[in-house]
Design a protein around this ligand. Sequence first.
Ligand code: SAH
Ligand code: SF4
Ligand code: F3S
Length: 444
Amino acid sequence: MNAAKTFHVTTFGCQMNEHDSERMKGMLESLGYAEAPEQEGADLILFNTCSIREKADSRFIAYLQQAAAHKRRAPGTVIGVGGCWAQSVKHDVFRQFPYVDVAFGPGQVHKLAEFLTTDSLTAQGFFEFEGFTGHLPVKRARDFQGWVQISAGCNMKCSYCIVPATRGRQVDRPLDELVAEVRDMVENGVLEVTLLGQNVNAYGRAVRGGERSSFAALLHELDALDGLRRIRYTSPHPQDMKEDVVLAHAQLESVCPHMHLPLQTGSSRVLKAMRRTYDRARFLDRVALIREHNPDIALTTDIIVGFPGETEADFAETLEVCEEVGFDGAFTFIYSPRRDTEAAELVEDFVDHEIAVARMERLVEVIQRRAAERAQRFVGRTLDVLVEGSSRTDAARLRGRSGHGKVVNFSGLAEPGEIVPVQITAATSQTLAGEMSLLARALV
Ligand code: SAH
Ligand code: SF4
Ligand code: F3S
């Protein structure tokens, strides 16, 4: 083994990919590779790709072309492409980009070492989900925060979405394995875990190698672990957001008062075309149940504008629901047709880009205004903040997150990984500002 070899990983896409990349880095280090600060000069240039929207594809291809240029100067460079884009184009990777040596899908991360150590490069692994990455070595970005993949794949059939094609059918990990993994993380200093899955609250029905379980049961078991201070998760599907999970938020101290509940659109007609399996009334009913038991919870969401056939009246319903719910934040996207998805066939109904952009602007105005209004409830309160580092805009201040998932910039003295009380003095739609409360700190 050559100890001097170096690698560089560029990650696109969601937290699932971030998590897989940490595993890739951990594996490579255990093979004797060292992480290089940049692509140029690395012996192995890896990409963990995303294909959720067209922009994700084009950004990645620009990066890949840079890697190709490095390889022309240093022909020994190995270029590897993993993740959802690779899975969605499969063997075409090598046809379109002949300088790629290794390609693999998201279910094959655990085989990276094997791909790299084979004699014949142009190794590839696709199609089947074969294994979780939970047992692989890991290189965490922060010692005190960790991701836990509780399931892979997705059994929903949202008509715009490429994920079921890239990540396959849902497979869940056994409950006891997850609890053991989190216990081990906590023993190694992790205070906050984020449970990852495409539809986390469907967890437990498709357990491979274990008994059936439920997402609420998992939350209860994890909450019982000493030393685990915060449990987050993403994303639940409104269809499966049942009372047991809602009550877990109210009852379990470590489950954070934040829920990311993707709405997608406020129009029941469009929800149907999206195959989201709930309508406007049912979504609002879920929100009412959540807030009945958790009045202070932060609710965030995902919204797509310009889905094929979306009319001005449909869009007005999205605005209405956003006004009514008052989300604490939202990720907003313009619909992007994806290969091999049902909605991509509806070419005659595509919404003009200018119209979609204009709708997006109106939506963002409502989201931000309501989020800013909602955030005022924190002013004057003291919130527990997990310190992540220094503030991005003012290095003399600290930055962290409250249980609600809000970024808090504050003055005080504390180390990353500490949970400290911060008195909130101001709030915008995106961030809170405050001062560390020394008196409250002396009391904790
Ligand atoms: N499984 C998660 C979402 C994964 S993708 C869930 O259902 O919550 C994250 C978000 O990307 C989705 O919620 C959706 O809002 C957006 N998205 C997915 N496909 C898209 C597409 N083709 N065009 C625009 N946005 C899309
Ligand atoms: Fe895609 Fe829908 Fe599954 Fe989310 S629930 S990953 S949007 S198919
Ligand atoms: Fe995630 Fe992108 Fe795949 S959002 S699941 S990396 S398509």
